[in-house]
Design a protein around this ligand. Structure first.
Ligand code: VOV
Length: 248
């Protein structure tokens, strides 16, 4: 049997994708729309204070294309907190104007492929910060789920630790070329959702997503072993953009 990589886990993640029910939104009177937006604002400030207290983080982005209209990505200490947050949000008037489009449940994960042997990663402030990250306020988000292939000669889970580590090193080197341009949050979802990982990327320039993902396609770990789900890409919903989005 191959040796399993050791993983460290941080905050739980919920990616909550919604479509806006424009028909209902336009039919609602101005008062009802104002109540809905006020309620959304108070939830956003509540989530901001959770983030200020470093007990979680939330990102809010519009989504381009027909797969969804926006995503709320929440990070919290426990699955219970994520569930409570989701239910509270669903009870709002605002949520009545949304239709669930997609969701993804996972947990922030770091593996030990690159860890120097004999060190305790939990003593490193840098590692701890990566396990419980405050999501960047960058202009764009990209999300997709992925698996490592398990087919014939391309079975990731049958490779030795050394083979996998070598490939992950090369993967990391490509990623490092995008330092300052793309920030990645890898969340593990084995046992939680339909794929093995969620990949969430943030960038100020959306084009850097294409450059990075394309370059990685040529790297062995992605070329031979990467299977990908649906891609979602979007723009950060600042207060101003939010107002524009819902004004009719
Ligand atoms: C900004 C770019 C960037 C950088 C610097 C980076 C680096 C690293 C390092 C150093 C490590 C290993 C240690 C750890 O931290 O776990 C990883 C791990 C991982 N990655 Fe990565 N990755 C990036 C970016 C990045 C992308 C764009 C993708 C999607 C792949 C693609 O083809 O679309 C990805 C995937 C993953 C996955 C699924 C894992 C876990 C694999 C496992 O088997 O456990 N990743 N990644």
């Amino acid at each position: 049997m191959s040796e399993a990589a050791q993983t460290l886990e941080g905050w739980y993640a919920l990616h909550d994708f919604r479509t806006i029910d424009w028909t209902a939104w336009k039919l609602a009177d101005e008062g009802e729309r104002a109540i809905a937006l006020d309620e959304l604002q108070s939830f956003l400030s509540e989530w901001q204070s959770v983030e200020d207290n470093k007990q979680g983080s939330t990102a809010f982005y519009s989504i381009v294309g027909q797969k969804a209209d926006f995503v709320l990505m929440h990070l919290r200490e426990t699955l219970d907190e994520l569930n409570a947050l989701e239910n509270a949000f669903n009870k709002t008037t605002f949520a009545q104007f949304t239709i669930p489009a997609h969701s993804y449940v996972s947990i922030v994960e770091l593996s030990n492929y690159m860890a120097p042997p004999g060190t305790d990663p939990m003593q490193s402030p840098e590692i701890l910060a990566r396990l419980k990250p405050i999501l960047p306020k960058w202009n764009h988000i990209c999300f997709y789920p992925m698996n490592k292939r398990r087919e014939g000669n391309d079975n990731w889970y049958m490779l030795s630790m050394e083979e996998r580590r070598n490939m992950m090193r090369s993967h990391g080197m490509i990623g490092r070329g995008y330092a300052g341009k793309v920030k990645q949050i890898i969340t593990g979802s084995v046992g939680f959702d339909n794929w093995e990982w969620g990949v969430t990327l943030f960038a100020e320039d959306a084009l850097q997503f294409k450059k990075l993902v394309y370059e990685m396609r040529f790297d062995e770990v992605s070329a031979r072993f990467g299977d990908f789900g649906e891609f979602y890409v979007g723009n950060r919903l600042t207060d101003e953009k939010l107002q524009q989005l819902f004004s009719i």
